[in-house]
Design a protein around this ligand. Structure first.
Ligand SMILES: *Cc1c(COP(=O)(O)O)cnc(C)c1O
Length: 360
């Protein structure tokens, strides 16, 4: 059976060499006589897999030593809760930048625990751009500033890191982590569900500056207490072992590709190829301000929504799947994370040209 180019926003494609290695190691991981999914998380085999994955992630992202790297469960959505619980530090409010569906969810959850001051919102323009630094209204008493560097649903991305006057900056990087180099030291906390650009669903990565943990609010569940997780090397309970292992294989694959600067160049090329195709035609349209366009999630509409079903059906027949846009936005969305090869974007662009020729 032929593999397809899967443009799903998540769970998303995984690199084929990673899947092939997992297949080869399925019944017997490196002479252990076991599948990784069958191993004790406290055994020496899994401990070595876990440590290697963390070391590789630290190397890829140049994570400074004063940051903890946590391998958790519960998805990015559980972090919407854990962040106020751990980072309020006795304060009563936090600043949130509202740029789309995921920041709105983070805001709604934070409101259960503290006052939320909206430092900026782009809802009046239907979340089609990221706010500029000058638009940010940061409050003096906020314990931290939260933003979503890449809004997966709207396809909107910040081109700069917000400046926060020394307040810890918290970033939901679920759909952009590992897509290019970033300066981790600019952040207090970075979190990401794995299923977009890291590995399988079920694993959530948290990268947090050491001095920010250890002061959770009363009543914080043990499992959501970053200090407990850090002190137990993310093994307070059974971690998502198989997802952790697969993420480790992805990290090795990324290192083999030349790391995050090499990935950044490839991803920039992929995004440009697709936006150029959309911009060169009056048949396709992308509503996002060109300065805020996402490298990872490219929403676009056709000249008529009546053609959507035909487009999806013919694309699927051509081996290009999961292009339907999010129900809140409509149209199409092509998610082109690290594991989407350039050939996949090339195939989509050719298909789009041909579809326009027939229907435009
Ligand atoms: C997918 C996504 C989430 C939700 O992730 P879960 O792991 O399903 O909770 C949150 N934020 C962003 C930016 C996302 O893309």
């Amino acid at each position: 059976m032929a593999r397809v180019y899967n443009f799903s926003a998540g769970p998303a494609m995984l690199p084929e060499p990673v899947l092939a290695q997992a297949r080869d190691e399925m019944l017997d991981w490196q002479g252990s006589g076991m599948c990784v999914a069958e191993m004790s998380h406290r055994g020496k085999e899994f401990m070595s897999i876990a440590a290697q994955a963390e070391a590789d992630l630290r190397e890829l992202m140049s994570i400074p030593d004063n940051y903890k790297v946590l391998f958790l469960q519960g998805g990015a959505s559980s972090q919407f809760t854990a962040i106020p619980m751990n980072l309020l530090h006795g304060g009563e409010s936090a600043d949130y930048i509202s740029t789309g569906s995921w920041s709105k969810k983070a805001i709604a959850e934070a409101r259960r625990y503290c006052g939320v001051h909206i430092a900026a919102t782009t809802e009046d323009t239907k979340f089609t751009r990221a706010p500029a630094q000058a638009e940010l209204d940061l409050s003096a008493d906020a314990s931290y500033v939260h933003y979503t560097p890449n809004e997966t649903i709207q396809g909107v991305e910040f081109s700069d890191i917000p400046e926060t006057n020394g307040k810890p900056l918290v970033a939901d990087m679920s759909s952009t982590i590992l897509s290019r180099p970033i300066d981790v030291s600019k952040y207090g906390l970075i979190y990401a569900g794995a299923q977009k650009n890291i590995g399988p669903a079920g694993l959530t990565i948290v990268i947090v500056r050491e001095d920010l943990i250890g002061q959770p609010i009363n009543g914080t569940p043990t499992m959501l207490d970053y200090k407990v997780q850090a002190d137990n090397d993310s093994m307070y309970n059974t971690p998502p072992t198989y997802a952790w292992y697969l993420a480790g294989l992805v990290f090795q694959w990324l290192k083999g590709k030349g790391g995050l600067s090499a990935m950044g160049e490839i991803n920039a090329r992929k995004a440009k190829r697709l936006y150029d195709c959309v911009d060169a035609s009056s048949f396709y349209q992308n509503p996002v301000d060109p300065t805020s366009r996402s490298w990872m999630n490219v929403p676009f509409t056709l000249a008529s929504a009546d053609l959507d079903e035909t487009f999806l059906k013919e694309a699927k027949a051509a081996g290009l799947t999961t292009l339907k846009g999010h129900r809140s936005v409509g149209g199409m969305r092509a998610s082109i994370y690290n594991a989407m090869p350039e050939e996949g974007v090339e195939a989509l662009v050719s298909f789009m040209h041909e579809f326009e020729r027939k229907n435009g």
